[in-house]
Design a protein around this ligand. Structure first.
Ligand code: FES
Length: 529
């Protein structure tokens, strides 16, 4: 069992979802989908509707994947901004991007109606506010870009009453919000009703893409043979390098406050700060309180020394800007994969036949994941769709190259940790629930002391491409700053692209960390046992 931090459960995870059983034998099917998040399940649902046999493999249970860690917003207004999208993808590309996200929300609404899924879906307005650092002409430019792509109903207005001190904003009607896990649970039931198979606790280790022998191999050694394979794992596990040079992994934080119902408007709002802030409200029908969610403070995975402060900064922003304070009722974080040009990579895996990938959600995972279902359904059936080229994973736009170089330099810089790891760390005090890195000869070792004072030690080298993992004290995880793989404090993979756990290693007695005296009643090195 993976040791997860209880600090980071989302508000949605209180909802009890169906339990998925693991795959227990080899299988043959038309389509094997790897990943049971919204992208994987929507793809499975749409293909089943079109008469395909589908099997889905999920590493854990879908209540634990990234879909469950979103804030539940459904927006057709992309974070990148339409002026930037026009610059990178041209007028037609930006228009198609906008339309695809509108269509994704419409499709979700249609599935909810057809499958009678009670998931608190409702339409509401969204507002983009200027941060104090952003020049005011940003809003005019953005509104002009909206008009150019056909988004005529956007308009600049004085802020709604609650946000009177925020200045002008752009209003975007017809956005939406829902409970992502209730929706996923309904989608799962619809899939199973149509004969689709969804397996949990089934980790895909290898995608074999040979023409005559196309299959997915699982950790338990079973094989799923399929005509088509869809890898919808947030970051692809079958592409070790190419796609990872075009996207970067970020942690994003959410806090929640209980507030009296009707004391805050039911809208989506976000600002232009970098990193940005957003606000959503979760309506509770059975109490007199709603939950206000405030999110943002994103940073590159493994590149923030004090991640707890991200929660504190959000709380401070809520106090100063919204006048909301008090104890937090929620706090969690999730992983966002930022593509270099603002749009997800969805489609044929470069160089493979009949293998498709979905990644680069860019903070719009719920709509990008739904778009993925439509694109892959059309690719498999050879149906023309203008979105196929727009979201093609093989694309490289020369206008996005500076951004690509900048992000890759940040990734490469992380490999220097091999050189800089300080020897004196070996004697650092370690409290229960803490982890640290130590140098052992030429090797870097990740050491974690659990609450029972047992020491767990691993090679600190990420099994993906050799980065050095960092200790994340807020989540109690090992995070790789290169391409965003994350591992539980006990070494198991939480987020790819890595597919295998941190390697257990023995920590020689002379390097055992000094567990703080008041707790040091027992100590045991688990490695090698
Ligand atoms: Fe690529 Fe760690 S995620 S080296």
């Amino acid at each position: 069992m993976i040791h997860r931090s209880q600090n980071s459960n989302s508000i949605w995870q209180k909802f009890e979802t169906s339990v998925l059983l693991p795959l227990g034998q080899d299988l043959r099917t038309d389509v094997c989908v790897v990943g049971g998040g919204i992208a994987g399940l929507t793809t499975a649902y749409l293909l089943l509707k079109n008469g395909f046999k589908v099997a889905v493999l999920e590493k854990e249970n879908f209540a634990l994947n990234e879909t469950a860690l979103t804030s539940g917003h459904l927006s057709s207004i992309l974070d990148e901004g339409f002026a930037k999208l026009i610059h990178q993808h041209g007028l037609k590309g930006a228009r198609l991007a906008y339309e695809s996200h509108c269509d994704a929300i419409d499709l979700i609404e249609k599935i909810i109606a057809e499958e009678s899924i009670a998931c608190d879906f409702h339409r509401l307005d969204g507002y983009l506010f200027l941060d104090s650092e952003t020049p005011s002409r940003y809003l005019e430019n953005e509104l002009e870009a909206c008009q150019q792509i056909g988004l005529k109903e956007a308009y600049i207005q004085a802020a709604p009453r609650y946000f009177a001190n925020f200045g002008p904003c752009i209003a975007f009607p017809n956005q939406a919000h829902f409970h992502p896990l209730k929706y996923m649970n309904g989608l799962l039931q619809a899939i199973q009703k149509m004969g689709g198979q969804v397996f949990g606790l089934t980790s895909a280790q290898e995608v074999v893409s040979g023409k005559k022998n196309r299959h997915v191999k699982t950790e338990s050694g079973y094989q799923v043979h399929a005509e088509h394979i869809v890898v919808a794992t947030n970051v692809p596990i079958n592409d070790r390098v190419f796609v990872h040079t075009k996207e970067s992994a970020y942690r994003s934080y959410v806090i929640g406050f209980q507030i009296p119902s009707d004391s805050f408007p039911d809208i989506l709002m976000w600002d232009t700060a970098s990193p940005y802030h957003y606000v959503r409200k979760v309506l509770e029908t059975e109490t007199k309180f709603d939950t206000l969610l405030i999110g943002g403070e994103d940073h590159r995975v493994g590149q923030e020394d004090l991640p707890e402060q991200c929660y504190e900064k959000l709380a401070e922003w809520a106090r100063v800007r919204l006048g909301i304070q008090g104890p937090l009722s929620e706090r969690w974080s999730g992983q966002i994969i930022e593509p270099i040009d603002g749009l997800a990579y969805i489609g044929k895996n470069p160089g493979d036949e009949n293998v498709y990938i979905v990644c680069g959600d860019s903070g719009h995972g719920l709509t990008h994941g739904t778009i993925a279902g439509i694109i892959i359904r059309d690719l498999i059936q050879h149906i023309e769709n203008e979105w196929i080229q727009l979201y093609d994973p093989a694309r490289i736009h020369w206008r996005a190259l500076p951004q690509m170089m900048q992000e890759n330099l940040k990734s490469f810089a992380q490999y220097e940790d091999h050189l800089h790891l300080r020897k004196e760390l070996r004697n650092e005090e370690l409290k229960p629930g803490e982890g640290t890195l130590v140098k052992q000869g030429l090797h870097e070792v990740a050491v974690y002391c659990d609450e029972a004072l047992q020491i767990h030690s691993f090679s600190a080298i990420c099994p993906h491409l050799g980065g050095v993992v960092h200790w994340n004290s807020a989540e109690k995880t090992w995070d790789c700053p290169c391409h965003g793989s994350r591992f539980a404090c006990t070494g198991e993979v939480l987020n790819g692209p890595a597919t295998t756990p941190l390697r257990l290693t023995e920590l020689p007695v002379q390097f055992l960390p000094q567990v703080k005296e008041d707790h040091a009643t027992s100590r045991r090195n688990l490695a090698g046992h």
